[in-house]
Design a protein around this ligand. Structure first.
Ligand code: SF4
Ligand code: SF4
Length: 181
């Protein structure tokens, strides 16, 4: 699903999706978690003008939803995935645990989503070349949300992430292929 993007918001120095999202296209394949070889540090995509369609249309929700700059994935460590939004589900893909993850802003935002009936999932990456782990945690977090208890919420989030990190990782089977010309 592609949502309208926020005007004037750009990815800036963020390249998280060029790392975390797997691609298996005829001219570009890269395993989950491998930084695309076309991604040049501080310069962005080396094949920008001819990049595959998937790269042109995949955007994290920070590009489409009114959230502060602190939520930008390379700063927050959280890529908010767009898939599932059409079913009323939001996935926080926590690629790194940062102080922002346990901030009041994250609590307030996630609490507002849960209050409004949105299902919230947490996800973590595995080793390069494996699918991420993911679990819907709405009901697990709800008591802390309803009590307005941010500390308890943070403990539950940390526990969920620890549990997800014990996942039995499944290989994505993608072999790298870089042939964009
Ligand atoms: S081709 Fe460009 S936009 Fe696509 S994943 Fe690679 S660096 Fe990112
Ligand atoms: S993760 Fe989001 S902000 Fe970062 S490069 Fe991708 S679309 Fe842009």
């Amino acid at each position: 699903m592609s949502l309208p993007l926020i005007p004037d918001r750009t990815c800036g120095g963020c390249v998280e999706c060029c790392r975390v999202i797997p691609l298996d296209l005829p001219d570009l394949a890269k395993p989950t978690g491998e930084l695309c070889a076309y991604c040049v540090p501080d310069a962005g995509c080396a094949v920008h003008a001819i990049r595959p369609q998937t790269c042109r249309t995949w955007f994290c929700l920070w590009r489409a939803v009114e959230l502060s700059d602190d939520w930008r994935p390379d700063r927050s460590g959280i890529v908010i995935r767009p898939d599932g939004v059409e079913h009323g589900e939001i996935t926080l893909f926590v690629v790194r645990r940062t102080p922002f993850l346990s901030s009041e802003e994250v609590f307030d935002t996630v609490a507002a989503w849960i209050d409004s009936g949105i299902a919230v999932a947490l996800s973590v990456p595995g080793p390069v070349g494996t699918y991420p782990a993911r679990a819907v945690v709405t009901d697990y977090l709800r008591p802390a949300v309803e009590a307005g208890d941010a500390e308890r919420f943070n403990r539950l989030v940390a526990r969920s992430l620890d549990k997800l990190a014990e996942h039995d990782w499944q290989a994505d089977g993608i072999e790298a292929r870089y042939r964009v010309t």
